[in-house]
Design a protein around this ligand. Structure first.
Ligand code: BJW
Length: 238
């Protein structure tokens, strides 16, 4: 079986990283238009750096949870049977990798990397980032930014995503509100292709009506149960 999994902030919630649109979430406390757009970075780079530096520190202190670990196991388990997992995350954290998942597709980029807004070079960056840092590729100072996808920017690897979706037998969304495009459209594309669609969320997402089946509850409980069932190591039911 070939499975396409799309994860969102909800999968990392029980690792202590905030979601965006839940009550008390990141966009409740901060205005995304002042922090997560290219114009915001041009207007006030110090403020944007401060926001992402705090989140990078939180990410480094966080630990993968049982849902991340289960997806790591799913990737390995599917391979044994000649299947494959395409793990596409909107999250900029590295918890999937730290839980053992390989080749994670970060469509909204990675907080552990810096991108030069001048020459577009990227490099690993786990320390705080600031306006006095120099790009090692072009030598310019003040052009480095977190390698994350802001509103109005093109998410990474859309052709690979579309190709992987087309080859899938099952589409699974975990912990995402279905509020941000193009990720919110994947379920519709999957449906049009006749692919079975399944969502795991605490409650109804914005596009819950498009899923063949929805499972409500914390991902740390529902995802390990689902993976165990798929790999034949668990009990009955989702
Ligand atoms: C749990 C749980 C638990 C909690 N267990 N579950 C069409 C219509 C309207 C607008 C647009 C459109 N197309 C494009 C746009 C514009 C825009 C957009 O979508 N705007 C909307 C807000 C309306 N999109 C863009 O600009 C994108 N670029 C683009 O479209 O380029 C052109 C293009 C065209 C065609 C093809 C391809 C491209 C870029 C979007 C970039 C988003 N960036 C951010 C910030 C990244 C950096 C950072 O982290 O700071 O990405 S915004 C933020 O939202 C972040 C997330 O990845 C993203 C999605 O959020 P997510 O993960 O769904 O989190 P939440 O908080 O929304 O939901 C959490 C869910 O978990 C909830 O449902 C909870 O119930 C659940 N949950 N605890 C299980 N324990």
């Amino acid at each position: 079986m070939r499975i396409f999994v799309l994860t969102g902030a909800g999968i990392s919630a029980d690792s202590g990283l905030g979601t965006f649109r839940d009550a008390g979430g990141i966009w409740d406390k901060f205005d995304p238009m002042k922090l997560a757009t290219p114009a915001a970075f041009a207007a006030d780079p110090e403020r944007v750096h401060e926001f992402y530096n705090l989140r990078r520190r939180d990410m480094l202190a966080a630990r993968p949870n049982a849902a991340h670990v289960a997806l790591g196991r799913l990737g390995e388990g599917l391979k044994v049977d000649g299947g494959a997992l395409f793990l596409c995350t909107q999250n900029i954290d590295d918890l999937h990798e730290r839980a053992g998942s390989r080749a994670v597709h970060h469509m909204h980029g990675r907080l552990s990397r810096a991108l030069c807004s001048s020459c577009r070079a990227t490099r690993e960056w786990r320390a705080d980032l600031g306006v006095t840092d120099r790009c090692a590729a072009c030598g310019r100072v003040g052009t480095l930014r977190p390698d994350v996808v802001w509103f109005g920017e093109m998410p990474y690897g859309m052709p690979e995503i579309e190709e992987a979706l087309a080859r899938s037998d099952l589409f699974v969304a975990i912990g995402t509100s279905g509020a941000v495009y193009p990720a919110a459209e994947f379920v519709e594309i999957a449906r049009m292709m006749g692919i079975l669609t399944l969502e795991f969320n605490l409650g109804k997402s914005a596009n819950a009506h498009l899923f063949d089946e929805s499972v409500y509850g914390p991902a740390i409980e529902s995802v390990p149960r689902f993976v165990a069932r798929l790999l034949g190591t668990g009990g009955e039911g989702l």
